[in-house]
Design a protein around this ligand. Structure first.
Ligand SMILES: [Zn+2]
Length: 187
């Protein structure tokens, strides 16, 4: 993969990576379709520890603690989510100047961290590439897809990206990848 970070990721992710490690290239942490998020976290200066936790994970300064009992796709999402909080804190320090967290702000932070996580683990370019690869592997005509074929492609793509099929479907839906065609062809 010869792309630059900014060829693959959205602006928020690019900004955060560049602020922590400006010389990183996609090859350092992307294997074909899969973002090795644990490796990226380490390249950005974070430690990742797996422990017994009553929840998915947390960020303690430069340490990301992950629930060791969660399935690997969940753990990967947690690491990406905590990196999202780290990115938030970075811009938050300037924006909010130390105003305490409460209710709605906390919800907003969670939504922002989840958005960051899906953009990091499922960048548009890799989602499209893996869907096309999956269509190709199955011998589908990507111009005329049935809903069953789309579901099969989503399953294939999610395993290439090493994310849960649920997360991939949600991302595909949000990006509207099949929306235009779905009117005429899919349903
Ligand atoms: Zn969170």
């Amino acid at each position: 993969m010869s792309d630059d970070i900014s060829d693959i990721f959205d602006a928020g992710v690019v900004k955060f990576i560049n602020s922590k490690a400006p010389n990183i290239v996609p090859n350092d942490f992307i294997k074909e379709y899969e973002v090795d998020v644990e490796k990226l976290a380490k390249l950005l200066g974070y430690q990742v520890q797996f422990e017994d936790l009553p929840y998915s994970g947390e960020l303690h300064e430069d340490t990301i603690i992950v629930n060791k009992k969660n399935v690997p796709t969940r753990q990967r999402f947690t690491i990406a989510h905590e990196l999202g909080h780290a990115a938030e804190h970075q811009s938050e320090a300037k924006r909010r100047g130390g105003i305490g967290r409460y209710g709605l702000q906390e919800r907003f932070d969670e939504i922002t961290a989840n958005k960051f996580a899906s953009e990091l683990l499922m960048p548009v370019k890799l989602v499209i590439r893996s869907l096309l690869k999956s269509a190709d592997d199955n011998g589908y005509n990507s111009q005329r897809l049935t809903s069953g074929e789309v579901a099969q492609m989503e399953t294939g793509a999610s395993s290439m990206l090493n994310v849960s099929t649920e997360a991939l479907k949600y991302r595909v839906e949000n990006l509207g990848i099949f929306r235009k065609q779905s009117d005429e062809r899919i349903h």
